[in-house]
Design a protein around this ligand. Sequence first.
Ligand code: CTP
Length: 474
Amino acid sequence: MVDQLQNKIFKIISNIVDDNNIESYVIGGFVRDILLKRDSKDIDVVVVGSGISIAKQVAKKVGNLKVSVFKTFGTAMFKYNDVEVEFVGARKESYNRNSRKPTVENGTLKDDQERRDFTINALAISLNNKTYGKLIDPFGGINDLENKIIKTPLDSDITFSDDPLRMLRAIRFATQLDFTIEEKTFNSIVRNKDRINIISKERIVDELNKIVMSTNPSYGFRLLDKSGLLKIIFPELYELKGVEIIDGLAHKENFDHTVKVLDNLCRTTDDLWLRWAAIFHDIAKTRTKKFITGQGWTFHAHEFVGAKMVPKVFNRMKLPMNEKMKFVQKMVLLHLRPINLAQEKVTDSAVRRLLFDAGNDIDKLMLLAEADITSNNRAKVSKFMNNFALVRRKLKEVEEKDNIRNWKSPISGELIISTFKISPSKTVGIIKDSIKDAILDGEIENNYESAYNFMLKKGSELGLSDTKGYCEKF
Ligand code: CTP
């Protein structure tokens, strides 16, 4: 164990706590992560005595570092070479049932370990010289690490009642580490799920983001569902569950499909917001579903209804209401476009329109569309993938030729107004749109001259006359 305490800060702490004649341990996530051989960054140190006083002495010794002190929690921390080192006095702690504000009393190391969330997060390594590197594991954390188990050190009802966010943390750690939640611990989540309501939306979203950024987030979302938490924190996603059968025809199980799409996408992108777009892409399917005799199940306009839902759900969940939300909304709105295109003949004009609407997000949209293919029918999947490859090739060609990605009309509204001596009006918009359509449909080239001629033609169809005379413009 000593080998793993590479950071020279540990030796400094060791000498100082010995001088003060008190016990000290490195504890929690840092210890868990070195044992799992994961990158561990922030260091938590527990001191059986005043954490604040030791923090100050250590910070002084390593180079007069600035210490932030949180008196009410009895903690202090400083940054040492980019690593946050936090000191806390060992505590006995109990939380008020209706808030997260703990009442704190001094305690022993064991008191401190048992009030932590999971056995794997309650491991401590001694920093005192005499016992330096010794692992203290009163709750079988090592065993649980080996057997890949998430389990609370105390009766789970107490641990989760102390801080209900831990129910989500259990699912988050299980997902990140590919661990199983011990049955009793899981049953306690099921029993205590409603207590999640006292936790702030921001903290919930932090955990959800960590689930979304895992390698297989579907595992986490299935656990959220199974525990009953999903229905409380994300009812719109929960709504996608279930299959209806009419006339012997069943539709897709849309929750299952959604989490599969999310997993698929995780193979090709680390972009958190594109991953959120996968979660939202079919969010309106239940709301739009209809059975039409002769046609079967339809989900007409689910991309439009879904895009409308995005800001509402983001707002309620306290996901960011900024360009990230707009991006997710855009992806939801456009998610069917590449697949629809791939099903038809892939024409230049359809590709140009797709590029025009997606702009710089086209590559992300293509990744989402590819991830959306979850069919078990191999022939079908390979057909779609080939068509997508064709769409990608065409996108490249069109892009090289036409410069549509960040398209700006070669003709301004001002020019239309001055050419036809008309006032700003709907007609200006009609002419501008017709120019855009003509360019996207490949009817005219994407340049000033072609667009100008087209504008004159369109104007004359609308009964307007060119007051400047054609020649003036060239
Ligand atoms: N902890 C806890 N209950 C919480 C949050 C944290 O018992 N609700 C304890 C755990 O012992 C945890 C330690 O505090 O290991 C540090 O918490 P934190 O930094 O949030 O988590 P880590 O375990 O370090 O993991 P991560 O950095 O992935 O969040």
